[in-house]
Design a protein around this ligand. Structure first.
Ligand SMILES: [Zn+2]
Length: 536
């Protein structure tokens, strides 16, 4: 079979899922990982729709991607205006993305009843928009929205939408099952019919959603019928119930269909990549996710386990190592000794930390991970963990104690009864922090917009006297997640903090059954990391 192009939309459609929100830093970091995985096209977001995506498109241009190209997503021109005057098309061009993906309607019902324009005008909107972007020297792909529903109702019109896009210069036409209601058999049949109708030169893509729990199956069916591009999201994130899971599609194509979508080495990074993206989007990786879940090759039954010992193929469909998974639970790639040794070398500590030290650090990482920490993304906390193993390491500050008061002030400040003005009154949060710097102790208090903010302010207030530039550090993201579910409010939580100054972004982690303690640990790590790199 021919090569199939991987088009990942985790950063666009993936972020449409409820509860998923990515910072620009997150998006840039995922972009680099997708590139390493061997994805061909990375859809970064909507052009011109929000400042975050604009910033992403600006900054992604300075990443040195090895293989992938970035695409920007946007609508065809509005009805009854000139393409050159359309703001979305202008934003697409301004994004600077190598590929521009236009989404347009391929369903007569959608055109008439939702877009409220004529069938002819919709075709003109597609043709004009593609032709205009092509005339500006860009690669253009066309996402045919509601294609399968449209095809079932009026196949001639749906095909026409594809034809005008191709004639105007779209290099791919992507059949989208936008509402996710089409089953794999139908997707396969219709894709074959489209292929026959458009001829061999047509480069067809497939974009499916998981509303019938068959998104991957439908995409595979389309590939079997001649689609040469698959669109999907890592771990199946995406609008509503999600998009086709890119992780499973890659493994299926490579291992079951003999299509070399990625190299063997890239395939072996699949589990790590899946866990990494889960960590960044702040989701617990599903243990039952095919190929990459911790339970995907777990054998509970003693007989199966014993048989698997004898032969890896006795009760599992592939050798888990091929996709970087393992039979036994590996908490994190960082628990591996090699990674710690490499990091020690990168930090220039190979003379002060020997093999025994490295072994102790690895054990320490494992112990911490058992408590709920994760160092997959918390690079700065890992660096600190290594530094603290150096004999005579002296922290730049140490916590003596802290106290946080959270008060619900629905009463007036005079205590004479409940407020009657009906306004929302924010809770008061105040923190006092006692830290020692060298031989000096500082005791400070600050109010904040919530208890973590109050802690942050009080801590900086104490440190500012010794390190005035600490004011340059910004906390840019705060994520919290329950790590051992099932124990209710007594469960351990993990807090990951993203911090930035004008030069760098770094991540720190804390874990505890007390959310404030977890936050404090991550917060203190963040400032300690910055101080080491800037004040020593
Ligand atoms: Zn979609």
């Amino acid at each position: 079979m021919n090569r199939v192009e991987l088009y990942d939309t985790t950063l666009r459609d993936g972020t449409q899922q409820e509860g998923i929100s990515l910072s620009v830093e997150d998006k840039l970091a995922i972009t680099e990982r997708l590139d390493e995985l061997g994805v061909d096209v990375i859809e970064g977001g909507y052009a011109g729709a929000n400042p975050k995506d604009d910033e992403y498109f600006r900054r992604v241009q300075s990443l040195e991607l090895k293989h992938a190209v970035v695409s920007a997503f946007g609508n065809t021109r509005r009805a009854n205006i000139d393409a050159a005057a359309d703001p979305t098309l202008k934003a697409l061009l301004d994004s600077g993305a190598a590929v521009l993906t236009l989404v347009g309607k391929a369903s007569d019902y959608q055109v008439r009843d939702v877009l409220a324009t004529s069938l002819e005008e919709n075709l003109a909107m597609i043709a004009d928009s593609v032709a205009y972007l092509k005339s500006q020297g860009r690669r253009v792909m066309f996402d045919a929205e509601h294609f399968f529903d449209g095809y079932k109702a009026n196949s001639e019109y749906a095909l026409q939408a594809l034809k005008v896009a191709m004639e105007a210069g779209a290099e791919r036409v992507i059949l989208c099952d936008t509402n996710g209601g089409t089953l794999p058999g139908e997707v396969g049949r219709i894709t074959a019919e489209v292929k026959a109708a458009l001829g061999d030169e047509a480069q067809i893509g497939i974009h499916t959603h998981n509303d019938t729990d068959t998104a991957v199956a439908s995409a595979i069916a389309a590939v079997e019928s001649g689609a040469m591009q698959v669109q999907g999201c890592i771990n199946g994130y995406g609008e509503r119930t999600g998009n086709a899971n890119m992780v499973s599609m890659i493994a299926n194509m490579k291992l079951k269909m003999g299509i070399d979508v990625v190299s063997d080495e890239q395939l072996a990074s699949l589990t790590t990549l899946s866990n990494y993206v889960a960590e960044v989007v702040n989701r617990r990786p599903s243990p039952f996710q095919p190929y990459v879940g911790t339970s995907a090759f777990a054998h509970k039954g003693g007989l199966h386990a014993a048989a698997t010992e004898r032969s890896v193929h006795s009760y599992q469909h592939i050798d888990p190592a091929i996709v970087g998974n393992a039979n036994s639970v590996v908490i994190s790639e960082l628990a591996g000794r090699g990674n710690v040794v490499r990091r020690i070398r990168e930090m220039g500590f190979e003379d002060v930390l020997d093999r025994d030290d490295a072994t102790k650090i690895v054990q320490h990482v494992k112990d911490k991970e058992a408590l709920g920490y994760s160092y997959e993304v918390a690079n700065a906390s890992l660096d600190l963990l290594i530094r603290r193993a150096i004999p005579n390491y002296e922290p730049l500050f140490e916590l003596v104690d802290f106290m946080v008061v959270v008060e619900n002030r629905r009463r007036t400040s005079f205590g004479t009864g409940w407020r009657t003005d009906g306004k929302e009154h924010p809770m008061l949060s105040e923190a006092t922090v006692k830290v020692s710097v060298g031989h000096e102790v500082r005791h400070t208090a600050a109010e904040g917009n919530g208890p973590v903010d109050a802690l942050d302010r009080a801590l900086r207030k104490a440190l500012r006297e010794f390190y005035p530039n600490v004011a340059n550090v910004r906390l840019t993201d705060y994520k919290v997640r329950v790590v051992n579910e099932g124990t209710g409010t007594g469960a351990a939580v993990r807090v990951v903090i993203e911090s930035a100054d004008e030069r760098e972004v770094w991540y720190t982690v804390g874990a505890s059954t007390n959310i404030l303690e977890a936050s404090w640990i991550a917060l203190a790590d963040s400032l300690e990391y910055w101080l080491i790199n800037n004040e020593t």
